[in-house]
Design a binder for this molecule. Structure first.
Ligand SMILES: Cc1cc2nc3c(=O)[nH]c(=O)nc-3n(C[C@H](O)[C@H](O)[C@H](O)COP(=O)(O)O)c2cc1C
Length: 175
């Protein structure tokens, strides 16, 4: 069962943008992170939740999508995430976040996939731009943005070719 869930948990980057994700859903996903492992049990991660179009629009411009898809600038209007969870590290609690944000992000995404949602971890962020746009205090490090939505794309895992090329790509059907 867990393997099935992990297999289904691909990086989705195109969504049904009008699909509503409630704040209650996002809080439930953060709760999965809260009860996951945390170095020293310091619980030094904090979260910004967004699930309304206005706030979503503030976040989107600062994210960099799919580095290997050179001709694709990211999801177009109508296919953008309907929610985001931004994972922050509170430097007043800890200066070292170890791998807490990775663990938290995986818990969140597995929980999302279990509910028929999906998303993508994004670390390629214009952090200063996002900080200004959301007025995030300097006390918080911006670790990851998790884009979430109802997936509108099929993602397939392929066997590694002889050339060892690990870059993802899209075929004529945009898979
Ligand atoms: C720490 C981390 C950071 C990532 N940052 C980005 C990112 O900035 N933009 C993006 O489009 N995908 C990002 N990804 C998604 C990866 O590209 C993706 O997980 C990888 O290509 C494998 O695809 P899969 O998740 O569908 O198996 C990130 C993934 C991880 C784990």
């Amino acid at each position: 069962m867990l393997k099935k869930l992990i297999l289904k948990n691909r990086s989705y980057r195109r969504f049904y943008q009008t699909h509503i994700i409630k704040v209650k859903t996002l809080k439930g996903l953060v709760d999965l992170a809260r009860i996951s492992a945390s170095a020293g049990n310091l619980q030094s991660l904090k979260y910004i939740l967004s699930c309304n179009p206005k706030k979503n629009n503030l976040i989107f411009p600062y994210l960099k999508w799919a580095i290997y898809l050179k001709d694709w600038p990211g999801p177009k209007e109508g296919q953008r995430p309907s929610a985001y969870i931004i994972i922050l590290g509170d430097t007043q609690i800890s200066k070292n976040f170890w791998c807490d944000h990775g663990i938290a992000a995986q818990s969140i995404l597995l929980g999302a996939v279990e509910q028929g949602l999906g998303g993508c971890m994004i670390a390629s962020i214009d952090r200063e731009g996002l900080r200004k746009a959301l007025n995030i205090d300097a006390r918080y490090e911006i670790h990851l943005v998790i884009a979430l939505g109802k997936p509108r794309e099929k993602v397939v895992i392929e066997k590694l070719g002889k050339d060892g090329d690990i870059k993802y790509w899209r075929d004529k059907k945009n898979i």
